[in-house]
Design a protein around this ligand. Structure first.
Ligand code: ASP
Length: 593
């Protein structure tokens, strides 16, 4: 019995036709003499009826069928009895009257019901991922992922980009995160690294004249995991030669406008908003601000200076700052207990406390209001914070990073809690004008804020040796709804500048040559000006799917401990394997099988 149609596609236009469908049994209802089966495939569900009056043999087989059996059914598409239609299904007006049925595969009772509403723990879902992936939402998510990739490919192909693969077994180079290492059997004692990104290879391709390259490629970073991070993840990696950053940005905008139109039928406008890194931090306390709602951070340094409130003035004396949030109309809703809960969020980000006041008809109230009764600090505060009757005012006074992180996190928390976010909105923006370097207190040296191949802005190049902290980068990130979905830059293409940059990062000449000699040498043979960007595909699809963990858009992800409960990877390997590789585990030999 060869399949003639997908279950989920049998609408009333098939009426009276004979069809053969195959699928998984979602549900079976036995009414005695009559059995109904909901049969599922990746397009949806169709109802199949077995009736002893019409076909006794088929009914007898149907009696043996259970959930998740795979069956093949031949029958006639007929209208459902009046009143039995199901508007929620595509196929809700019809059913298939079974004439012939075959059991293709039997199934044990699954560990959980195959439905979007089943409440299943994450590890159970991952252990039985093959069952979990049967759920309609997962099928939808993976289909969306496919569609997103297809739009990227179609668009980039239309713009003359070539898809070129780069190696997975490559050299360990410092790119920011920890590498995954692969020991070499042939060259014992030596290791490959799995790429954190194809950054250097795509730059080399530019030198070889492939002036528009892209790749949908797996990247590997051994980092602590979060909801939007996995040890292996997928980038849409793009590089171009001879394009200015504005041209790259507008091409990417065209791509994203097309993407959301095609996959979500949402029309967005380009050009997108552009915020400098500084502005994003100052206004939203984040370098990936969620722009779907306002509630911006308010600078209160001048008022803090004039006020007699010690916590504020001493933060300033210590070189810190004071900023606040006006939470409109929230005064009544937030009892002291609720405010304590907000304070504990601020504390996660290092704040020592969360100061607050409420604006009432009588003016400012709350434990610190008395400090704002003298002089005109109170009225200035009310004016600066645009405080009206019923508003809750929150304050953090600390060093810059703590103030931004704590208030940025509170802003996001309150945006969600107070339903200030329009979930259907897609708020894209570019974050531009990044610092080139960031100082690592612990290591006592500078790190590249983006990566070591990003070009300093032309006007700042001369400051690289003298005041590196003030050098800005030709870099840009693209953010969507509070997530960084991509980042890129114009690259250094001249050897002398690349060497200078590596020296600013603390590499000696020898070390720079050892790590990046191949790139530096290539720069001696004609290297075009170039730049590019990479998108985090998983994150982008996650947002478009309305999910909040990238696991939901990856077929076989790792769990929060960087393990795969399905295959049990990573696993212990045999001693023979280790010997082949010339490796010995420290204190662990007895565990190896
Ligand atoms: N390779 C960079 C990254 O993975 C992106 C880029 O600059 O194109 O962050």
């Amino acid at each position: 019995m060869e399949r003639t149609a997908y279950c989920g596609q049998i609408t009333s236009k098939y009426k009276e036709q004979h069809v053969t469908v195959t699928g998984w049994v979602q549900k079976r209802r036995d009414l005695g003499g009559m059995i109904f089966i909901d049969l599922r495939d990746r397009f949806g569900i169709v109802q199949v009826v077995f009736n002893s009056d019409k076909n006794k043999e088929a009914l007898e087989i149907a009696e043996k069928i259970r959930s998740e059996f795979i069956i093949s059914v031949q029958g006639q598409v007929i209208p459902r009895a009046q009143g039995q239609e199901n508007n929620e299904l595509n196929t809700g007006e019809i059913e298939i009257m079974a004439e012939k049925v075959e059991i293709l595969s039997e199934a044990k009772t699954p560990a959980f019901e195959i439905s979007d509403t089943a409440d299943i723990s994450d590890d159970v879902r991952l252990k039985y991922r093959y069952l979990d992936l049967r759920r309609p939402k997962m099928q939808e998510n993976l289909k969306l992922r496919h569609q997103v990739k297809k739009v990227f490919r179609d668009f980039l192909d239309g713009e003359e980009f070539l898809d070129i693969e780069t190696p997975y077994l490559t050299k360990s180079t410092p790119e920011g995160a920890r590498d995954y290492l692969v020991p070499s059997r042939v060259n014992q004692g030596k290791f490959f690294a799995l790429p954190q990104s194809p950054q250097l290879f795509k730059q080399l391709l530019m030198s070889s004249g492939y002036d528009r390259y892209y790749q949908i490629v797996r990247c590997f970073r051994d980092e602590d995991l979060r909801g939007d991070r996995q040890p292996e993840f997928t980038q849409v990696d793009i590089e171009t030669s001879f394009m200015e950053k504005e041209d790259i940005q507008s091409m990417i905008e065209k791509l994203l406008v097309r993407l959301v139109k095609e996959v979500k039928n949402v029309t967005i406008k380009a050009p997108f908003k552009r915020l400098t890194y500084k502005e994003a931090m100052e206004r939203f306390g984040s370098d990936k601000p969620d722009l779907r709602f306002d509630m911006e951070l308010i600078d209160l340094n001048t008022i803090a200076q004039e006020s007699s409130f010690k916590v504020f003035s001493s933060a300033l004396e210590n070189g810190g700052m004071v900023k606040g949030l006006t939470v409109k109309g929230a005064a009544k809703q937030f009892s002291r207990k609720n405010i304590d809960a907000l304070e504990s969020i601020a504390k996660i980000y290092g704040a020592k406390g969360l100061a607050w006041m409420k604006m009432t008809e009588e003016g400012l109230t709350g434990p610190i209001a008395k400090f704002f009764k003298e002089g005109d600090t109170g009225s200035k505060l009310v004016e600066t914070m645009d405080a009206e009757d019923g508003d809750l005012l929150l304050f953090v006074a600390d060093n810059k990073n703590v103030v931004y992180d704590a208030l940025g996190a509170l802003r996001l928390h309150l945006g969600k809690e107070l339903n200030l976010i329009d979930e259907s909105e897609l708020a894209f923006a570019w974050i531009v004008e990044w610092p080139l370097l960031e100082y690592d207190e612990e290591a006592g040296r500078y790190n590249a804020a983006h990566h070591p191949f990003t070009k300093p802005v032309e006007a700042d190049i001369e400051k690289l040796a003298t005041e590196p902290e003030n050098v800005m980068a030709d870099a840009y990130d693209i953010v969507l709804n509070g997530y960084e979905i991509g980042g890129g830059s114009i690259r250094i293409h001249k050897r002398a500048l690349q060497e200078e940059m590596l020296s600013a990062l603390g590499f000696s000449k020898e070390e720079a040559h050892k790590q990046f000699g191949f790139l530096l040498d290539a720069m001696d043979y004609g290297f075009p000006p170039h730049g590019g960007i990479a998108f985090g595909l998983d994150r982008l699809v996650m947002i478009l799917a309305g999910e909040n963990n990238i696991r939901e858009v990856i077929a076989f992800p790792k769990n929060g401990k960087a393990m795969d409960p399905l295959t049990d990877a990573p696993s212990v390997v045999s001693n023979d394997q280790l010997i082949d590789l010339g490796l010995r585990l420290k204190d662990k030999e007895t565990e190896a099988e």
